[in-house]
Design a binder for this molecule. Structure first.
Ligand code: ZN
Ligand code: ZN
Length: 249
């Protein structure tokens, strides 16, 4: 995911190839060369596999917890260790890592703030904890893992140990858990919600959309479901009437 603030870009995780990243950024009028730093949630392959090539071309600082840095297959040229709960600043952007519950070394989500706009990102967590609810309160945009539908996971083709891992306290958020999380996070200033990290085997975008929109019923929140295969842009901080439907896809 790329966050653009005042013309500067920050990349969060890099699980796609450089070519894919460049193509998707270009489709949104951006370029990889504008990325000034990378933030990592954790070291699992689906979050870091494009990082090596990216850093060879753009050796920018990589901000991650000590556990994540230690768990990486490669050591970034300019690591900057993060500690959960401790704010760091990247130009005008405030970044606060927040501990998640996942079977990685020291995984985190992020709260990013610039001016009066707050964005919260939580992916790869088996539990939406009270800490996450507290730290992500009053965000204007929430990017939330909606990994699986419990029933699709249960009857699906995965072997039992993997099903148990996904559904465990250190696995991934189900749609049901994401809805419960969103109920805690929804407030009158919330502008955008993006469901993300959907399993291609154990979930369906239309199920996520239906379930999250039931939580948001009656509000003017823009709801999107991110795909693993295409770019999605959302903007915050605009007049809600002007914002509706204007996000380039
Ligand atoms: Zn993971
Ligand atoms: Zn993941």
């Amino acid at each position: 995911m790329v966050i653009e603030v005042d013309g500067a870009c920050v990349l969060i995780d890099c699980g796609i190839s450089y070519r894919q990243l460049a193509t998707r950024m270009k489709s949104l009028g951006l370029e990889p060369g504008r990325i000034e730093a990378v933030l990592l949630t954790h070291e699992h392959e689906d979050h870091v596999k494009g990082l090596g090539v990216f850093l060879r071309r753009h050796p920018v600082p990589v901000l991650a917890t000590v556990g994540t840095l230690e768990g990486m297959p490669l050591q970034p040229p300019s690591p900057r260790p993060l500690a959960s709960g401790r704010e760091v600043r990247l130009g005008g952007l405030s970044v606060v890592p927040v501990q998640t519950c996942h079977d990685a070394r020291e995984p985190v989500g992020f709260v990013l703030e610039s001016g009066h706009r707050r964005v919260g990102l939580v992916t790869d967590t088996g539990v939406f904890t009270g800490l996450l609810a507290e730290r992500l309160s009053e965000c204007h945009a929430v990017l939330l893992e909606c990994n699986h539908d419990r029933d699709l996971l249960r009857v699906g083709p995965y072997p039992w140990p993997l099903k148990q891992r996904i559904a465990s306290r250190t696995g991934h958020l189900s749609n049901e858990q994401a809805c419960a999380a969103l109920e805690r996070l929804a407030h009158s200033q919330l502008e955008v919600v993006v469901g993300m990290h959907l399993s291609q085997t154990n979930n369906r975008p239309e199920m996520v959309k239906r379930e999250l929109s039931a939580v948001l019923a009656g509000s003017r929140v823009r709801l999107e479901v991110a795909s693993q295969h295409s770019a999605l842009a959302v903007e915050i901080g605009q007049d809600p009437a002007a914002r509706a439907g204007t996000g380039p896809r």
